[in-house]
Ligand binder design. Structure first.
Ligand SMILES: Cc1ncc(COP(=O)(O)O)c(C=O)c1O
Length: 273
């Protein structure tokens, strides 16, 4: 693992670095990005930095320094080449009083790179009973306040699934804890709209741009009619769903397979960009 914080590469990434009063730590006042690394190069970095800037604005944090982020990314990749890895960029409110109000200190910017194992081609998912709040102040913002995702994922894991799926307050399909959901009904590829409260996933956007698909909000129960389902995310890319709760699915189904092949072919276009 290599780590960079507030302008400097850390000589020991395992050593304590963030202050105990950092608002990201005490109240989850922060935003982040996970960027895939392939053959030592970041994938779609510009799109991730744009989303990070939107998240910071959504959270009311000071505007983020794009060049500082890029320096951090370059610094953590400047070592033994990572054939497959992940960069995490975290931007928090910085040191602050112990309550929810922010302090006057500058924000904290952290960039970490580490290796990553590829996900299997197919996986199981489990619906969780807690809704995503599409009307909340932070709907669609990639904040470090991921406690709900931690609880949901643990529940999914207890059911032998690698991802938990949320409906939203309206009862419509929304997203996973760290992935967007696509499904095929009557031969049509569909995914929830951004109004559902899901994150505007980079992988989701690229699947829609490169392959096409319909953005639509439908009750969660629609998946009972789906002939195939896949997850889309930075770490999973396009991953077929072989079981949703008790329902077995073809994995990968023909549409998912076509998109997986398209992804493998087109991914190099955005390496280093
Ligand atoms: C809540 C949530 N939804 C969806 C995604 C997928 O987004 P992306 O494709 O940009 O990784 C992620 C992961 O980043 C996420 O945390």
């Amino acid at each position: 693992m290599r780590a960079w914080m507030n302008g400097e590469l850390l000589s020991d990434p395992g050593a304590p670095a963030v202050l105990l009063t950092d608002h990201g730590l005490t109240v989850g006042d922060g935003v982040f990005e996970a960027v895939k690394v392939v053959d030592g190069q970041p994938f779609a970095l510009t799109a991730h930095l744009e989303r990070l800037a939107r998240s910071a604005a959504g959270m009311g944090l000071p505007a983020i320094d794009d060049e500082a982020c890029r320096s951090g990314v370059a610094a953590v990749l400047d070592g033994p080449e990572l054939p497959l890895g992940r960069i995490r960029i975290t931007y928090t409110g910085g040191p602050a009083p112990l309550g929810s109000g922010r302090g006057d200190e500058p924000p904290t910017l952290i960039v970490v790179a580490d290796r990553m194992d590829p996900w299997p081609e197919a996986t199981a998912v489990a619906t969780v009973p807690w809704p995503r709040n599409e009307r909340g102040a932070l709907a669609g913002v990639k904040t470090t306040s991921y406690g709900e995702n931690v609880v949901a994922l643990a529940r999914a894991a207890s059911q032998g699934a690698s991802e938990a799926i949320f409906a939203n307050l309206a009862g419509n399909l929304c997203e996973g804890t760290g992935s967007n959901v696509f499904y095929v009904v009557d031969g049509e590829l569909r995914t929830p709209t951004l109004e559902s409260g899901c994150l505007a996933g980079i992988t989701r956007a690229l699947v829609l741009e490169w392959y096409g698909g319909v953005e639509v909000d439908e009750p969660l129960e629609v998946v009972a009619r789906a002939s195939e389902v896949f997850l889309a995310s930075t770490t999973r890319d396009v991953q077929a769903v072989s079981r949703w709760d008790d329902r077995e699915l073809a994995a990968p189904g023909p549409v998912t397979q076509e998109i997986r092949e398209m992804w493998a072919k087109r991914e190099p276009e955005l390496l280093g960009l």
